[in-house]
Structure formats: C-alpha cells, structure tokens
Design a protein around this ligand. Structure first.
Ligand code: NAG
Length: 139
C-alpha cells in the first residue's frame, strides 16, 4: 500500500482550496434559494383550465416570494395575458384591461409583496377559469 505524501504547505493549500469550494457552493445554493422560477399552471401552462379553480389551486400550492419569476406560457392567438384590477378580475370584466400581452411568453419578476390579478381577456376564457389571483409574499 502506497501513501501519497504531500508537503504541509501544499496540503494547506489544498485544504483551503476545498474550504473555498464549499463556501462557494453554499453561497450559490443560498443565491438559488433566493429566487425561484414558476411556470404558472405547470405543464398545462396558461390556458382554459380543466376546472374553474385550477389556477386558484395552483396559486395556493405555491409560495411565491418577491424576486421570484413567473412564467406564463400560452399559445399565440389562442390565449392572452392581462394584468387587471381586483374588481375586473372578480367579475371577469374584459372591457378595459390595462396590460395585455398576446404574442409572447410572459416572464415576470415580481418585485412587490402584493396580490396580483391576471386573466385572459378573450371572451369566455376568464369565466371558464383562466384567471389567477396571486399573493406574493416577502422574500
Ligand atoms: C368594466 O370595465 C369598464 C371599463 O373600466 C367599466 O366602464 C365597466 O363599468 C366595467 N363593468 C363592470 C361590470 O364592472
């Protein structure tokens, strides 16, 4: 059985290098833990859901924090995305929606701990459950 002998100085360097690596990995994990990315609706994405409470259930299962990222994936021309006021959300009022995106996947980094209201403003979609109220909590 052979033994590898390292001079003390080299060993110290190796040790400190290893310590550094552990620290860096821990720092990366802390950084990772800071911001999470969620695909709203998971594999289903942003669409007319199979049942009315689908996005309500999704929102209740995810603790979205400030700095987290929300991804709304939808098919161009079949869905859209609107960020609306609470009362318009409640009654599915699609008359005047302040922010509508129809063409692109929405990638949203939430910066405020508040309750957001989203819907699809296509006729009938919101009343069939394509709406989500989401409370974002402090990181
Ligand atoms: C829907 O929104 C429009 C524009 O803001 C408003 O004039 C109308 O009163 C709203 N309707 C309902 C039912 O809230």
């Amino acid at each position: 059985m052979s033994q590898i002998r390292l001079p003390n100085t080299t060993m110290t360097n190796v040790m400190s290098a290893m310590t550094m690596m552990v620290v860096l990995i821990l720092m990366l994990q802390l950084h990772e833990a800071k911001a999470a990315t969620y695909i709203v609706g998971d594999q289903r994405g942003w669409t007319i859901p199979p049942y009315d409470n689908y996005y309500k259930t999704w929102a209740s299962k995810h603790r979205v924090k400030v700095n987290d990222i929300l991804v709304f994936k939808f098919e161009y021309g079949k869905q859209n995305w609107a960020w609306v006021e609470r009362h318009d959300y409640n009654v599915c009022n699609t008359t005047a929606v302040p922010v509508v995106a129809s063409k692109y996947t929405i990638v949203l980094r939430v910066l405020t701990p508040t309750t957001f209201h989203f819907m699809c403003s296509f006729p009938g979609h919101c009343s069939r459950g394509q709406k989500m109220s989401l409370t974002v909590v402090c990181a």
